[in-house]
Ligand binder design. Structure first.
Ligand code: AMP
Length: 409
């Protein structure tokens, strides 16, 4: 199937060509025709599947006819980075068609956003809190909105945005098309979907679909050797763009500092940073100035940096869904990637759950030449919180689990 099948306007096709998209991804194949037909859609897909274009293309097609200079499409997304990314997709695909998108999110001053909203734009991409601020002070009205997209709805739910979403829903015209995208569908979201979608068509791509181009590896290690192992891995990886995930903001900062001390151009991306510093970290990573970005899940949610070749989980995720989300940062669309996860004995149960979700076991690797027996350094050298001075052989209560399945590289 090619994009021709959708009968998109030539100016939008020009945008597609400029992006280098040749064939639709599975979610695009499934969703585009339904959205173009004006149906409400419940899209079950994670980032990395091409879901942004799956809603952006048919929305742009709709906007080719009808009034210009009024906001006719509103996209609500959980994080500033994701909102900015979606705006860029709309702007690039809609450039030839003269359709414009503005983004609206907190952490930066209202002034330029007010200007952008006052100017001529047909699409607004917003985070819930700041959108409500603009609505409240009268700098944005949703009265001409024809299409509403709620993107990464499960993440918005996790971040406590559900009441804000309900407030937004009350302010957009009841007569509209609604598209709700989510990687997972917890019960609480089902209620929201029921409230805001009318006779929706459900389209779904399998969770593992986006992962087919990714090679997964586990690196068993004791807690206090995680940082040295990470540094050794970075030394051996031939890549200019590595995304490292940690469990906490504090750890993201400390690991980024260690990576920097080891001579890599690194930055952290976490919620304790000001919006300007978050943007600087991300811009640096996108431009290639920053080679190693150390991030927390929330900060990196939905990030699309197409050149990421390696994702390293310094800390394993709490859920298999979160693992899939993280890994979705690499191997996106037509590219391939590597996903390394540092694991301690305490992670054995979560590994089993993740393997079940992926439907395959993940190979265990040891790094040749790395000293797995090194003792912990005194004075809290490692940012890990394992007990200081614990001998390696006692630090891993699941030694048998690892030994059975470990495969030297
Ligand atoms: P998304 O899931 O929307 O964040 O998109 C993931 C990545 O896939 C982005 O880098 C897009 O530019 C890319 N992409 C989306 N659709 C296509 C396509 N049909 N062909 C190739 N790449 C695509």
């Amino acid at each position: 199937m090619s994009f021709d099948a959708f009968g998109l306007h030539p100016q939008i096709v020009a945008g597609l060509k400029a992006q280098g998209y040749q064939t639709p991804t599975p979610i695009q194949k499934e969703a585009i025709a339904h959205v173009m037909a004006g149906k409400d859609v419940l899209g079950l897909a994670q980032t990395g599947t091409g879901k942004t274009a799956a809603f952006a293309l048919p929305i742009l097609q709709r906007l080719m006819t009808g009034p210009r200079g009024v906001v006719r499409a509103l996209v609500v997304a959980p994080t500033r980075e994701l909102a900015e990314q979606i705006r860029v997709v709309f702007s690039e695909l809609g450039k030839g068609a003269g359709l414009r998108a503005a983004s609206v999110y907190g952490g930066v001053s209202m002034g330029p956003q007010v200007q952008a909203l006052r100017g001529r734009c047909e699409i607004v991409v917003a985070c819930p809190g700041r959108l409500l601020d603009h609505m409240g002070q009268g700098t944005f009205s949703a009265k001409s909105v024809e299409v509403l997209v709620l993107d990464e709805a499960d993440q918005m739910f996790d971040m406590g945005f559900l009441p804000s979403i309900r407030q937004i829903l009350a302010k957009v015209p009841a007569q509209r098309q609604t598209l709700l995208f989510s990687a997972t569908m917890p019960d609480q979201l089902r209620g929201l979907a029921h409230e805001c979608l009318k006779n929706p068509v459900t389209v779904q791509v399998k969770h593992t679909e986006a992962l087919t181009t990714v090679t997964h590896s586990l690196y068993p290690v004791v807690e206090h050797l995680k940082t040295p192992l990470l540094l050794e891995l970075l030394k051996r990886i031939d890549s200019e763009s590595v995304l490292v995930f940690t469990r906490t903001k504090h750890r993201a900062k400390r690991i980024a500092d260690k990576v920097h001390e080891a001579g890599h151009a690194s930055a952290s991306l976490q919620g304790n940073l000001s919006q300007n510093r978050r943007k600087a970290a991300l811009d640096g990573f996108r431009s290639g100035k920053v080679h190693v970005l150390v991030a927390t899940d929330i900060a990196a949610r939905g990030l699309d940096v197409s050149q990421i070749s390696h994702v390293i989980n310094y800390d394993i995720t709490d859920t298999p869904e979160a693992y899939v989300h993280r890994i979705g940062r690499t191997g996106r669309a037509a590219k391939t990637g590597d996903a390394y996860t540092l694991v301690t004995g305490a992670d054995a149960d979560m590994i089993r759950v993740i393997e079940r979700k992926l439907g395959k076991s993940i190979p265990r690797h040891t790094l040749e030449g790395f000293d797995y027996r090194a003792a912990p350094k005194p004075h809290g050298h490692s940012p890990s919180h394992g007990p200081q001075g614990t001998p390696a052989k006692h630090a891993n209560p699941h030694r048998k689990f690892w030994r059975q399945r470990r495969r030297p590289r």
